[in-house]
Design a binder for this molecule. Structure first.
Ligand code: NAD
Length: 278
């Protein structure tokens, strides 16, 4: 059984990982760490009247509660896997604590900045560190499928990316749409221009262009379609994330991977696809 130390346990992703890990026999949440006064986790008793810092991390029922971030160093041990979905500061702290304890790290915190970047690089010299901006296994499969499709089609086929996200999303197009666009451009080679949306008399579509289109509304978690259009035929490769569970499954695969890997910096691409049942 792989012991997991969940950093950012009270957050949206922390709770999604907790829920997913509960269904896996080979994983066990050893400790939950956060800096915030935690909200109750589904099925896990909340901190009740405990003061921040949680001097007694184990409730009367024997179930471990969320501990303050200062407990991280004391809790982590060799053989543990820390899972971090927090903030730049939380990520840097988790990386340093993992390196000191000899524990592996899976981190999905985004836009982390130079200090946490350096902490991750430093930690990767001593322990296995896996970092991914998007933990969806389906999205990884989409990227591979797009690469395979582009490799078998002439450059005259046009590539357009259409993404949909919930009405609260502030940036457009999504980081994942840009990632797909950059990878498509790299597969094509040469001089590729990106066009975000089209408006007005722009003239005919040039060949060396990849279009990105952002649709916003409702509660879509994340929906990315790559359209590849030729003369008289087209194909559409699409991934839909319906909930944060889509990311949590990739996190579990990453946990199993780092638990068995030597020191180094890894990405989700390094994780072998799950084997088919015999
Ligand atoms: P959230 O705000 O719901 O949760 C973050 C939690 O981390 C909070 O409970 C907060 O108190 C805690 N935290 C922050 N700094 C801390 C610190 N220094 N020490 C201890 N705890 C700390 O956010 P979220 O939606 O769960 O996202 C968290 C991060 O993960 C963001 O960077 C987000 O962009 C990223 N994210 C990545 C993926 C992916 O697939 N890689 C998916 C979703 C979100």
């Amino acid at each position: 059984v792989i012991p997991i130390v969940l950093v950012g346990a009270a957050g949206r992703m922390g709770r999604a990982v907790e829920e997913a890990a509960r269904t896996a026999d080979d994983l066990e949440i050893k400790a939950r760490i956060d800096r915030a006064a935690p909200q109750p986790l589904p099925g896990v008793p909340g901190p009740g009247a405990d003061p921040p810092g949680y001097a007694d991390p184990t409730g009367p029922d024997g179930i471990q509660r969320i501990q303050g971030v200062e407990a991280l160093g004391a809790v982590l041990a060799r053989g543990d896997v820390a899972v971090d979905f927090t903030s730049p500061e939380g990520c840097a702290r988790a990386a340093r604590a993992c390196a000191a304890a000899g524990a592996a790290l899976v981190t999905g915190t985004t836009a982390i900045g130079a200090d946490a970047e350096a902490a991750l690089d430093e930690a990767a010299r001593r322990v296995a560190v896996l970092r991914a901006p998007n933990f969806s296994l389906g999205l990884l499969a989409l990227r591979r499928a797009v690469a395979a499709a582009l490799a078998s089609l002439p450059d005259t086929w046009d590539v357009e990316i259409v993404e949909r996200h919930h009405r609260r999303k502030e940036d457009s197009p999504s980081g994942t749409a840009w990632l797909l666009a950059r990878e498509a451009a790299a597969a094509r080679g040469g001089d590729i221009a990106f066009r975000h949306g089209r408006d007005g008399r722009l003239g005919q579509r040039p060949q060396g262009e990849i279009g990105l289109h952002a649709v916003r509304g409702g509660t879509w978690t994340g929906d990315h379609a790559v359209l590849i259009a030729g003369d008289g035929e087209s194909l559409e490769l699409r991934h839909v994330a319906e909930s944060r569970a889509a990311f949590a499954h990739g996190v579990l695969a990453a946990i199993r991977f780092v638990a068995a890997s030597p020191a180094g910096l890894y990405t989700l691409e390094d994780v072998p696809p799950p084997k088919r049942a015999p």
